[in-house]
Design a protein around this ligand. Structure first.
Ligand SMILES: [Zn+2]
Length: 261
């Protein structure tokens, strides 16, 4: 089975602005360009973008994608509607509609999704994020979060949230990575999306420490969600063998997520 381990296909309809943006300006909630566009967009517009993204994923041979779904309960419903009749399967990680913990909301999100995926501890009030993570753990669902994407974040605080996997780690140092591996936390890297912001994920250090490393394509408005292109990029840019690159999109995610499909 082929996995695309990190997508946000809800932003596939958005045309990238010509101006250069930082990660925060472009994709951080709640005021990043993407979130402003999502608020303005009609349901159909978002669904059509998702359908196109899923076509790309099916065409390149992916069987499963793990989507970070914004927009609370409605966001999950939109994705499910867009997926109707499609071959590809999704592991859906939802997100509260606002930036705070609400017990009832998390319960209803967990009823309709595989877990929760948050932006980063830098965007969130830590106590709110912690309450969400603990709630997810009590329901034995998946909790995942972006970590140290364009600035180094406190890995201790991140790991205290007991994530099942982390995304990016571009600015994590070697000690942070050792800690992640020691705790057996999976890492999804998205090197083509990172390159858009001039960032580089620590692929070779992760390999050196034998991390459970996987590949994703991140925001569909930045990079087409073609996981085979991502695989080729990792081989070309980091000198990763084809065998290892294949592991990143099949054996490793299968080991971590097989039971959720
Ligand atoms: Zn992401």
């Amino acid at each position: 089975m082929i996995f695309n381990c990190h997508t946000h296909i809800g932003d596939a309809f958005i045309k990238l602005p010509h101006k250069k943006y930082s990660v925060e300006e472009l994709v951080a909630p709640p005021h990043g360009y993407k979130h402003v566009m999502l608020k303005k967009a009609g349901r159909e517009e978002i669904i059509n973008g998702m359908k196109k993204a899923m076509e790309v994923m099916e065409k390149c041979g992916a069987h499963v994608f793990i989507d970070f779904r914004e927009g609370g309960k409605e966001g999950v419903e939109i994705l499910k509607e867009a997926m109707r009749g499609r071959r590809i399967k999704a592991i859906i990680l939802s997100r509260p509609a606002s930036m705070e913990y609400n017990e009832k909301e998390i319960d209803s999100l967990l009823d309709i999704s595989h877990g929760i995926g948050l932006s980063s501890i830098s965007d969130w009030d830590y106590e709110e994020a912690k309450a969400i993570a603990e709630h997810v753990a009590s329901r034995k669902k998946i909790f995942a979060i972006h970590a140290s994407e364009d600035k180094r974040e406190d890995i201790g605080k991140i790991l205290d949230l007991s994530p099942m996997f982390l995304i990016h780690l571009c600015k994590a140092n070697e000690d942070d990575i050792k800690e992640v591996v020691r705790k057996g936390i999976g890492v999804v890297v998205c090197p083509r999306a990172n390159a858009f912001f001039g960032l580089v994920p620590p692929v070779n250090i992760l390999l050196e420490y034998k991390a459970d490393i996987m590949l994703g394509t991140d925001n569909a408005m930045i990079v087409k969600p073609d996981i085979m292109e991502e695989k080729k990029y990792v081989m070309r840019k980091f000198g990763v063998s084809e065998e290892k690159a294949n592991e990143m999109i099949s054996a490793t995610p299968e080991k971590l997520f097989g039971k959720f499909i």
